[in-house]
Design a binder for this molecule. Sequence first.
Ligand code: SAH
Length: 215
Amino acid sequence: MEMYEIQRKELIEQLVRKGIKDKNVLDAMLQIERHKFVSGSTIMHAYEDVALPLGYGQTISQPYTVAYMTQELKVKKDMKILEVGTGSGYQAAILEKMGARVYSIERNFDIYAKTQKLFDELGIRVYCKLGDGTIGWEEFAPFNGIIVTAGSPSIPNALLKQLEIGGRLVIPVGDRETQSLKIVKRLNEKECAQKNIPNFRFVPLIGREGWSKEL
Ligand code: SAH
């Protein structure tokens, strides 16, 4: 077994000890090579359970957070999932590996272009778009699941509207520094059920229904 493979296996064992149970999530994370989604000196930390810098002040989320959010989305094969905040592409790659049809939006052109190229090289099929994800992706709505990987001041209305009945929206909501993860399930046309898990840290979601601008 190569070195990265051993490290990846150890990371997955760590996630299990931290309470991740969904076998499909764990399987996908065992297969996706996180070290290919980071660059430079951060590569050697790729299989530690920590967030890592992507450049442009952005970060690839901690593996535990990726696992937890993906588990909460309750992904099944062929589900249509919208991701807001493509970033490194790691989260999208996990969802694609689980058999989802993934639509992902990124607002930063350089990050968008770099990740698009990486998806091509790795043969990962994710539909990418450059733009403001707080308004969703109307053309392909409704989605069976929506995952937002940047912290928002509130739940963007457009995203709620683009969520299929029975679908789940996973989004960090709070101030610029700390957020709680909100899991919103659309019950019918009018009602949603919601649960809250405190103490997460994401970079800010910048956009029409997010934060107004970078500090
Ligand atoms: N899911 C990513 C996490 C990247 S960090 C990964 O697996 O690596 C969050 C990303 O959200 C950043 O790249 C940032 O540029 C982007 N972002 C912030 N606000 C956004 C918005 N309104 N629409 C789309 N992307 C946004």
